[in-house]
Ligand binder design. Structure first.
Ligand code: 6R9
Length: 643
């Protein structure tokens, strides 16, 4: 891993909410006196009835029960919208940037209020009540935010299903959530191509108990409306008042369900609740991105993923921020799109995923350098370990060596960021998520659960609760305990491997199921990948283990080369030598397969399950490839296996 460090600049130490001394002081207080610390922090929200109890959590064994601010009451939409009206009614809440670069829209807090109220009244008119589950299957349009906030306004629990999921996946989620109301749109648009959301929703509704489908008109594409079930949102919205009193919710009432895949079984409905989640989303958004009034903030995630929930909608809006919502993709109409959007809307804070950074890096500096990006102040990364090479490129080329990068580690289950630099406090090390956020107590354990002290490597657990933590798996509390609290009883197990260096910095090495054991040496796939990507001619790499007669497991590397670089035997040998040099002989790849593309989910995560099967030559059991962004990639990998 890179040894280069990036100190906090004097300007940043001065302008930021938190400098290093303050970080240390606040962190110490947050773990010594969580009730005092979070009791104060909770005041960042408007409560209808203030809480008197702060933390009431138990990680078992045997029972796991997590409650924060349990006797307080509040409403999330009131906190994200109404309370800002007096001071910033005319400020832009949401900047919407369409897939088509000629289309964008500014929505003020006052307009947001009206839209949320109308949507809430439409839901009510269709019989939705407090506690009911409402499924949202929408593209990245403002109505997605309106619908989310409308649910919270009336106490309904939303379950967003990413627009890239198939009808079957949507049906499974509708069924699991026992959700009879589905909000969708005629179509979505990505890279100029229509996505048939309504048609997918129709197919899903064949298999799931959908009684009401509310359809937002977006592209005007042709759809079939089923009488007695389907209604147009714009027609319904015109019939209802533009005001709606927010429901008084208990802090521990459910806020949303979000389905996420684990290593086994069908996707789990991760359940988040009202008070603690919003405190955590708001606080992390403010401190991690050092958000100040007037800043323009852009997170490129989709609202179908947790990052979109916490850092496009809830965190930013709770803070009265201006948040940008982007319908499109980073390479449409061309590779400069992100940077053009930054210039167009004068974006100050930009938060994206390593996969996007690597894809753009592959196209070289040109598309970046032809834009100004002078408004940029801070960059962020989330979703997977960022290899130092991509980090350095992001820093040097995108940020012109001027913008700190916050590499934020967290999960759907954690609700918000848990391990991250703070830009005014933390010396950065490329590839490290650095230090724990306030109240977060990471612990590294070995396979037997023995706690490892000091500089070490092992499995990452968190030993005590934080307000944004998931409360249960919807409908299956036993599965919640089994999945997260039974491997190491009494601790939350993240499923991630992690290294802690002598400075106490955390380096996430990837999911533990991705760890390879070569001749008794444990190796993070991310480590080998980082080494490969550090080579000038490599754009992206994915490494998996496969059974090896002598070593136990061998290392199989899928390597995507930079545009214009031809695969060759010489290059293959060179890369093996390169990795030996970067990490050591034990890390030498046994197989390097040149791969024009890697199988990725639509959220950009590499599907290692498939890569492992190909590496293992288990071609008959590749499993479901339908959720891939580009299923054809797999055929090529199979055809060229080992080459
Ligand atoms: C927010 C999100 C969670 C998993 C997590 C880890 C990986 C996320 C990371 C990171 C290294 C980071 N991950 N952020 N690994 N550095 N900064 O992505 O949630 O989709 O649930 O994924 O993603 O492996 O366990 P989710």
């Amino acid at each position: 891993m890179s040894e280069r460090t990036y100190p906090v600049s004097p300007e940043w130490a001065k302008r930021a909410y938190v400098d290093d001394a303050k970080y240390k002081d606040m962190y110490a207080r947050s773990v010594k006196d969580p009730d005092g610390f979070w009791g104060e922090e909770g005041k960042r929200l408007d409560w209808i009835k203030p809480y008197t109890k702060v933390k009431n959590t138990n990680f078992g064994p045997p029972d796991v029960s997590i409650k924060w601010f349990e006797d307080g009451t509040l409403n999330v939409s009131a906190n994200c919208v109404d309370r800002h009206l007096a001071k910033r009614g005319d400020q832009t809440a949401i900047i919407w940037e369409g897939d088509d670069p000629t289309k964008s829209k500014l929505i003020t807090y006052r307009q947001l209020h009206e839209q949320v109220c109308r949507f809430a009244n439409v839901l009510k008119a269709h019989g939705v009540k407090k506690g009911d589950r409402v499924t949202i299957y929408l593209p990245m349009i403002p109505e997605a935010a309106y619908a989310m906030l409308a649910c919270t306004r009336i106490g309904a629990v939303h379950s967003i299903v990413f627009g890239g999921f198939s009808p079957d996946s949507l049906a499974g989620r509708l069924e699991d959530a026992k959700s009879s109301v589905l909000i969708t749109s005629d179509e979505g648009v990505r890279a100029g191509r229509p996505v048939p959301l309504k048609a997918n929703a129709d197919a899903a509704a064949e298999k799931a108990p959908v009684k009401t489908m509310i359809v937002v008109q977006h592209t005007g594409g042709k759809v079939t409306m089923k009488a007695g079930r389907d209604v147009w949102y714009h027609e319904e919205a015109a019939k209802v008042p533009a005001d709606c009193t927010p429901e008084e919710m208990s802090a521990e009432d459910p806020l949303f369900i979000l389905y996420t895949s684990g290593s086994t079984g069908k996707p789990k409905g991760v359940l988040h609740t009202t008070g603690g989640y919003l405190v955590h989303a708001s606080m992390t958004h403010q401190y991690v991105f050092d958000y100040h009034d007037g800043d323009i903030y852009w997170c490129t995630a989709d609202v179908g993923w947790v990052t979109g929930h916490s850092y496009i909608v809830y965190g930013p809006l709770a803070n009265g921020a201006t948040t940008l919502m982007f319908e499109g993709v980073p390479n449409y109409p061309d590779e400069s799109r992100c940077w053009q959007v930054i210039d167009k809307h004068k974006v100050n804070i930009f938060y994206t995923a390593p996969t996007a950074i690597r894809a753009l890096m592959q196209k070289g500096d040109g598309p970046v350098k032809k834009t100004s990006r002078a408004s940029l102040r801070l960059l962020g990364s989330v979703g997977e370990p960022i290899n130092p090479e991509a980090w350095e490129w992001y820093h040097r080329v995108v940020g012109d060596d001027r913008c700190p990068i916050v590499d934020t580690w967290w999960q759907t289950e954690t609700g918000g960021i848990l391990i991250t630099p703070l830009p005014g406090a933390t010396v950065l090390k490329p590839g490290s998520a650095t230090r724990p956020f306030f109240g977060v107590q990471p612990q590294i354990v070995d396979a037997d659960g023995k706690v490892q002290e000091g500089a070490t490597e092992g499995n990452l657990c968190i030993v005590d609760s934080w307000p944004g933590q998931m409360r249960t798996v919807f409908g299956d509390h036993e599965r919640f305990i089994q999945t997260y609290f039974s491997t190491y009883p009494g601790k939350y197990f993240t499923g991630d491997g992690c290294r802690r260096d002598a400075d106490g910095y955390y380096w996430i090495t990837g999911r533990v199921d991705d760890v390879i054991n070569v001749s008794g040496h444990r190796m993070g796939t991310a480590e080998v990948e980082s080494a490969l990507v550090a080579h000038d001619e490599v754009s992206e790499a994915a490494v998996v283990g496969y059974p090896h007669d002598i070593k136990g497991q061998g290392i199989y590397a899928y390597v995507t080369l930079m545009a214009g670089v031809a695969p060759s035997e010489d290059l293959r040998k060179e890369l093996v030598q390169w990795v030996r040099k970067e990490i050591g002989p034990i890390a030498s790849p046994d197989v390097i397969q040149f791969a024009p593309g890697l199988p990725k989910t639509r959220s950009g995560k590499i599907m290692r399950r498939i890569l492992r099967k190909i590496a293992e030559n288990e071609l008959g059991s590749l499993g479901d490839t339908s959720t891939l962004a580009d299923p054809a990639v797999v055929d090529d990998l199979v055809a060229n296996r080992g080459k």
